[in-house]
Design a protein around this ligand. Structure first.
Ligand SMILES: [Fe+2]
Ligand SMILES: [Fe+2]
Length: 363
């Protein structure tokens, strides 16, 4: 493995116009626990909500800045197209389709993507979400020890002209799904898919800067005129969970991503310790990458930099974690502020709309 090789994602940060609405969608409908309510440390008038598995483990963390007046963002080069969350089985996925549609959320799929099966929908701000099955995995069309070595033409039955949309749309769980069952449990970040204008340049960057490795070169199965490459933590045998960054290639495109609501603000990769992060920062500087100073985010420490296509990236430490300022059993139950903002708690709290945390869990 290269010396500077991330295990995978730490978190993804998206933009919401309305924190209570985001809470209702992610916690109550998708069943992802709220693990921290705090404010944006760079803009304390705005909520920063963190969702994740019960402990808020890196790789499962989804965070939102609440910017009530942000206009709707749009996809493009240097931005994220969608976030995929993992689910164990195709049956669990069909239960998600039923639960979401019954809640008035349109769902497309399940599409056979070869490496996994996918359904798609949007959150209330328009962020495109996918729920992807864990299997069958990247070794279905090339050996597990030699992933990403040649351009793979997807099976024609997986492409728009070859697939039977009517029967795909007809696939659904037959009974209503009022509760999120154990087999439906969302397992954190399965992959994150962005858009770049130069796949080769992006790949060289992610490989050198983060130690990710190319694990699949194929075509965008919804638009087979464009390429779709996958990078991940890969040791030549196994692709690490919560580590797949995939990019659609739009060569020469000047359609830039427009930041805003329903768009991803940045994505963060993980590093074990502060010492590793300091070394990593030197590594990026030696590559000629402009990197921020280390920022104290209370639950982790962060450095920020940009990919060559403009995407904002972060490297965050695994610790100290979300139990640093509240009991592990009560994560997310109360507004938490960093020590340097405590003196202004009343003023900050009054500027935020109530979240009504703890109110019911029915969708
Ligand atoms: Fe995807
Ligand atoms: Fe972040």
């Amino acid at each position: 493995m290269p010396a500077h090789s991330t295990k995978g994602f730490h978190h993804i940060t998206m933009v919401s116009n309305d924190a209570p609405r985001t809470l209702a969608f992610y916690r109550d409908l998708l069943g992802v626990p709220l693990v921290k309510q705090t404010v944006n440390f760079d803009d304390p008038g705005a909520y920063h909500l963190y969702f994740g598995d019960n402990e808020g483990e890196p790789g499962t963390i989804l965070t939102f800045f609440e910017w009530p007046n942000a206009r709707r963002g749009a996809w493009g080069v240097g931005g994220i197209h969608h976030l995929a969350l993992g689910v164990d089985t195709p049956e669990g996925q069909l239960m998600w389709k039923r639960r979401l549609q019954d809640a008035g959320v349109p769902v497309s799929g399940p599409y056979d993507r070869g490496y996994f099966r996918s359904i798609y929908f949007r959150d209330p701000d328009g962020q495109v979400l996918e729920i992807a099955t864990q299997g069958p995995g990247y070794a279905i069309d090339e050996p597990a020890h030699a992933l990403g070595q040649r351009l793979i033409q997807p099976d024609a039955r997986r492409l728009p002209d070859g697939r039977d949309e009517a029967s795909i749309q007809g696939l659904i769980h037959l009974e209503p799904v009022p509760e999120v069952t154990p087999e439906m449990r969302l397992q954190g970040i399965h992959h994150i898919t962005g858009i770049t204008d130069d796949l080769e340049r992006a790949g060289a960057f992610y490989e050198e800067a983060l130690g990710l490795r190319l694990v699949k070169k194929t075509l965008n199965q919804d638009d087979p005129t464009s390429k779709h490459y996958f990078w991940a933590n890969y040791d030549g045998q196994k692709v690490g969970s919560h580590s797949a960054l995939t990019l659609f290639g739009w060569p020469g495109s000047n359609q830039r991503a427009r930041p805003g609501a329903g768009q991803t603000h940045h994505i963060a990769f993980r590093v074990p310790s502060r010492a590793d992060q300091a070394e990593w920062r030197e590594h990026l500087l030696a590559m000629g990458v402009e990197v921020s100073p280390v920022m104290d985010r209370k639950y982790f420490e962060s450095i920020y930099f940009n990919a060559p296509d403009g995407l904002l990236l972060e490297i965050a430490t695994d610790g100290p974690g979300f139990a640093i300022d509240e009991d592990a059993a009560e994560l997310g139950s109360r507004l938490q502020l960093p020590a340097w903002m405590e003196a202004r708690r009343k003023e900050i709290q009054e500027s935020l709309q109530p979240l009504e945390v703890g109110a019911g869990s029915d969708a």
